[in-house]
Design a protein around this ligand. Sequence first.
Ligand code: NAD
Length: 285
Amino acid sequence: MSKSIQKIAVIGGGVMGRGIALTAARAGYETILFDIKEEMLEKADQYAQKFLAKSVTKGKMSEEARSQALEKLSFSTDSTALIADCLIEAVPENLALKHKVLTPLEAQNAPDTIIASNTSTIPITRIAAGLERPQQVVGMHFFNPAPIMKLVEVISGAATAPEVTDSVFSLAQNMGKVPVKTKDAPGFIVNRVARQFYLEAQRILQDQTADHAAIDRLMKSSGFRMGPFELMDLIGIETNHEVSKSMYEAFFYEERFQPSLVQQQKVDAGHYGRKTGKGFYDYTS
Ligand code: NAD
């Protein structure tokens, strides 16, 4: 039977966590967003205020719904406050970090609390294997920007209980999303397909066949909403690079998944995209 979810805790208030928390609060769930950095929570708060105000201006949301969503959303740097029916982890793409964050949270929560990860590529089975209750661990992979993008991949690891998968599937539907169930393979469905979109574009750039803006223009003229370089800037180049490295390793170093030196250099320079003001494009003005 699906678990009744009323309270959600989102762990990590960066690009994805802030959007997931807003999505949950907007759908009426009591939501707490946790980050180790106060400044990330302040940014997340501003993001939610701005996003909801814009929704009202555009006529997509009533004023009453806006204030209800804000009432449901709270922020904390105190991890002991994270008691919930469902935890949604959105910390950086690193297995050791995900284990470090989830281990004490699992211990302080009830045995039937669902532990969902927003990982882009790390196998759910591996995340679950480091925890006490692997049957409660599931993938809930949102897309960026989380309050807008409809698709959510719901990933069952080797030990995930079917009712946990079903609960997260229903949760995504209640958030207004279109969930898709997938088994646990590196990159699941979308990141596996999309990896070549980023990697091949960077190979073209590295070969000097065209510059990044020309590649983006071409991809958009062939029907994509955004070009690969615009999208990497939106996602966060360091996050996209971690995802590439993780997939490369997970596919036993298959050449087609080899990460890009172009991206490595951006990461070394701290040019992560929109979040730092500079990536493939300049956002400082
Ligand atoms: P991000 O770097 O923007 O945000 C991560 C946040 O986690 C930061 O605010 C950081 O302060 C916080 N954090 C770091 N250590 C922490 C800890 N110990 N406890 C609590 N918070 C901590 O990263 P992101 O882009 O939001 O990615 C998060 C996860 O979502 C990753 O697994 C990533 O692969 C996945 N993801 C990212 C995207 C995307 O487009 N960026 C899309 C889908 C999935």
